[in-house]
Design a protein around this ligand. Structure first.
Ligand code: UD1
Length: 338
């Protein structure tokens, strides 16, 4: 069964491709290589021994995308990752984010609305903002977005919901990711941020390897157990498995509605200081860090209620925070040749 993965050479996409291949799916990848390289294709092949079919296509290019879909009429499912994800950059350049994340989504849906297709959208826990009740359930109200990036996830879900209403043969799931970290156990694929990392775990591993001098911990005056902010860190391989579980539900037409949303997290919140301690324990490396002021736009606490994914998709996370951090570290060492 042929599955299209857009952005399949990116961080999460590449892990999903591996998981799909390992579960017997035939994978077709499109990627514009804007934030990754063709090298990842070789790494995927080295892990699974099956070279995925790859075409360099930019999903924002309406004509190329239409040409691609006229050539490939046997795609049964689509997992759509091709999008931008840097919160700060989206504030600086909102139109880039609306073009990359919204135009491209509309073009994708226009191309598939006439055929029976399963569609998975990468959403984010950012849609909840600071939820009133924790753990956050899928029914928690959507809050006004803190950034154009966050807004594209909210609008993206709405676009799919509206399209599904008038397209009964389109079956879609939005997965609301909490904080993906970690890397494949082979250390052949992982997260490779361009420039200075904005996210916590790549900043930690780059500090430990000596690329950054010191980690700044953004705020220790939050109303949490140690004053630092709480997030739900999920191993990217667990996250990848959630996509395959969601895809099976869509393909087997088990959905109760043709658009559903699921949280994908571990259900456990960790503070920034707990992440640092877990990293130090997992790797035996002390981390140089200092406490600085809060970062604008950060929520205090976000961790997932995962019952829906467990009960409906039969999925739950398996890796501990320590295991996930150890895999991030192994990846960082492999990338730097250390
Ligand atoms: C951020 C986005 C989220 C997005 C995700 C994708 C915000 C508010 N949220 O999640 O919408 O889906 O990235 O990449 O930007 N921290 C430090 N020092 C650092 C980096 C981070 O202390 O150098 C802290 C943060 O303040 C936060 C936690 O670590 O408490 C996690 O931060 P990060 O990895 O950037 O993820 P989020 O902010 O949760």
């Amino acid at each position: 069964m042929k599955i299209l993965v857009t952005g399949g050479l990116g961080y999460i996409g590449s892990h999903v491709v591996v998981e799909l291949q390992e579960q017997g799916y035939e994978v077709l990848i499109i990627d514009n290589l804007s934030n990754t390289s063709l090298n990842v294709l070789d790494k995927i092949t080295a892990i699974t021994t099956i070279p995925p079919v790859f075409e360099k296509v930019d999903v924002r290019d309406k004509e190329s995308l239409a040409t691609f879909f006229t050539k490939h009429t046997d795609i049964k499912g689509i997992i759509h990752f091709a999008a931008s994800k840097a919160v700060g950059e989206s504030v600086e350049n909102p139109l880039l984010y609306y073009e990359n994340n919204i135009n491209a989504l509309v073009y994708m849906l226009q191309n598939i609305q006439d055929q029976e297709t399963s569609f998975i959208f990468s959403s984010s826990c950012t849609v909840y903002g600071q939820a009133d009740e924790l753990p956050v359930t899928e029914n928690a109200p959507i809050q006004p977005a803190e950034s154009p990036y966050g807004n594209t996830k909210q609008i993206g879900e709405e676009i799919i919901r509206d399209t599904c209403k008038v397209t009964p043969h389109l079956n879609a799931i939005a997965l609301r990711y909490f904080n993906p970290i970690g890397a494949h156990k082979s250390a052949k694929i992982g997260e490779l941020p361009l420039g200075i990392p904005q996210n916590l775990v790549p900043y930690i591993t780059q500090t430990a390897i000596g690329l950054r001098e010191q980690l700044s911990v953004y705020g220790n005056d939050y109303p949490t157990r140690d004053g630092t902010a709480v997030r739900d860190y999920i191993h990217v391989v667990d996250l990848a498995k959630a996509h395959v579980a969601a895809l099976s539900r869509l393909i087997e037409k088990k959905g109760t509605e043709n658009f559903e949303v699921f949280n994908v997290g571990t259900g456990t919140g960790s503070t920034v200081l707990e992440v640092i301690t877990a990293f130090e324990k997992a790797t035996g490396k002390p981390l140089n860090y200092k406490i600085v002021g809060r970062r604008a736009g950060d929520v205090v606490e976000a961790y997932a209620q995962t019952d829906k994914a467990h009960q409906v998709l039969g999925w739950k996370s398996t890796y501990s925070l320590k295991e996930a951090l150890a895999s991030s570290w192994k990846w960082e060492q492999a990338v730097r040749g250390k």
